[in-house]
Design a binder for this molecule. Sequence first.
Ligand code: TXA
Ligand code: MG
Length: 331
Amino acid sequence: MQHNDSILDTRTLTASGPAIAEAARIVRAGGLVAFPTETVYGLGTVATSGAAVARLYAAKGRPTFNPLIVHVADPAAARGLGKFNAAALALAGAFWPGPLTLVLPKTDDCPVSDLATAGLDTVAVRAPDHPVAHALIEATGRPLVAPSANRSGRVSPTTAAHVAADLGGRIDLVLDAGPTRVGVESTIVACLSEATALLRPGGVARAAIEQILGRPLTAPAPARADAPQAPGMLASHYAPATPLRLDADRVGADEALLAFGTSLPPRADRAVAVLNLSPAGDVVEAAANLFAHLRALDRTGARAIAAMSVPREGLGEAINDRLARAAAPRP
Ligand code: TXA
Ligand code: MG
């Protein structure tokens, strides 16, 4: 079924079998298709085609020094792309398919385009846990690069409508399978040496990873100016247009409130709008709501968004990371 006729000429199709086959045809021809994963919607194209990857960077307005995650249908397909050490094998075994990305040394004959890896000698790989993502990769028969399907620097999309609002007219097709389950992007872990480093907190909690490893994750090596280790981890990212104020314990004039839990701050009734990440105080529910709530409050015309504090446990680490980047000074 086709709906949402077009926002500036980008079709949205409900993710049925024929729609996925059509998406695979488009992607094989070097086109750009947004598709759901369990974390957020991704903007996919063939990872081995430099021309297709170049179009993808242009559509997102993404700097080409910021490499992309390669999505595979199953762990076996990842073996041809990156070299797995013991930690990588253990983590892939425990969490794939799922919201974990591994940064690995490229294999000698890694077919991923150098543009997709930004010329690095490493490659970021994940096997997403979503039937539509899986079916699209299988039908394409190639690994797919898929950054989050938003304009560079903006809030990641958790619905097909978010994708159309950001990228309508710039991409060929959106596959719609409803809101994503996890709501924040994958956790990124670098398995490049004996040290196993957390590059980005995300959909798999740090504690679950450390339990499999049997030791703590390390911090990433200091970034080099020319080739930062996780270039996407720029201070300002995931940002709504409205300024965001963190750890709010009151609501100021003309502010909207991004709430968490039952006890709202003083003057909450005066907020321009209130959206609660999780009235029950559950960080998993909060992660699933985070980006949709930020987008909705961004549209209220509020002077600022006041965000209540969210505990750092579990997915709370990723939520706090995204809120901090959304609040950081803009470039
Ligand atoms: O959940 C997700 O990971 C989503 C869905 C669509 O799969 N994708 C996603 O992609 O969040 P993107 O492009 O928005 O973020 C990819 C991150 C960036 O921070 C990038 O710098 C980092 O992965 N990255 C990619 N390749 C890397 C590499 N070789 N070394 C270090 N970081 C890398
Ligand atoms: Mg992104």
